[in-house]
Design a protein around this ligand. Sequence first.
Ligand SMILES: Cc1ncc(COP(=O)(O)O)c(C=O)c1O
Length: 378
Amino acid sequence: MTAELTVPALADLRLRQSVKWRTFPADVLPLFVAEMDYLLASPIAAVLTEAVARGDVGYSTPGRELGKAFAGFAGRQWGWSVDPAHVTQVTDVGVGVVELLRRLVRPGDPVVISPPVYPPFFDWVPEAGGRVVEVPLAGTKLDLPALEAAFAAHPAAYILCNPHNPVGRVHTRDELLELVRLSRLYHVPIISDEIHGALVLPGATFTPLLSVPGAAEVALAVVAASKAFNLAGLKCAAVVSASPRMARVVDGLVAEVTERTGHLGVLASVAAFTEGDAWLSTLLTTLAARRDQLASLLAAQLPGLSWVPPEATYLAWLDASALGRDAEPRDRFLTEGRVALEPGTRFGAAGSGYVRLNFATSPEILAEAVARMARVLG
Ligand SMILES: Cc1ncc(COP(=O)(O)O)c(C=O)c1O
């Protein structure tokens, strides 16, 4: 295994047909949506290639393999003891969260989220019949006193982003302990979106919410191999419970939610969770190197942009308000610089003036993107 993962040539990347490579014209460098430019881990590629060769592309079986594979991964990576019987496969993280909310929320009930946050959080709540209540982050941290005030009004649920996209914060064990205390005190169930859990970079430690004392009675986690192993199009995630009380919420999901999981997604996720550790370790080294590279590039060429380097994810949340608030900074970087970033306002009003940059790419593409952004400001 080499020290860093390599990225195919730009011309080969442009042959990809996913949203990252099909949304903008060919002269735009796409650093927006959370897809990575690396090739698949070889155990995953092998499993998929073999399945295609067999014509094995039918429906998924709601078996125990995914639960067993995830439990092994969670134990090795984070010392989190998961009962495979309490891992339920679902179509993707979004479907998992929405279907759990349907079980917890009556029409019009408040559901708390902490913006700036992954944009679909704003849509998942009304999709399940609820009403969004925003308790913004304090900087990059959960605002625990403000969450206590919101929980005192007895919302139907809180959706935690752990680690937090877009700011890349890894909530500490103490913060999660306090969140669980509030959840138990005010009877607010927590759904913890842990899709970025395996993308915690060297220097930080991930705490799965359900590993925190007291969390099992009040929380559910939604996990996936899809973000860390770049499998989003294959459609597979899982809901994890850790107490009979919260398992009853999961038992209430209609069978279809499990049956609609992608078969190739299950095969690839089982391979990722059982045979992916070495590749993942190289990925994290690679991403840490890109994060450091980005820090140097920004300091040298774009000192007007400020940021807190992420502890997790391959996403940089950049404060570009120095550009002026008259235009969305993302629009200027796109039209004048030909670099596609996510506009901060998609993550909530707190994102005004920000852009989110995906650095899971090659050193060359990252350097070229920053040079183009600097020319916009130059
Ligand atoms: C926090 C978070 N949740 C969920 C998703 C999407 O997950 P899925 O495609 O499984 O719905 C993403 C994608 O980047 C994300 O950042």
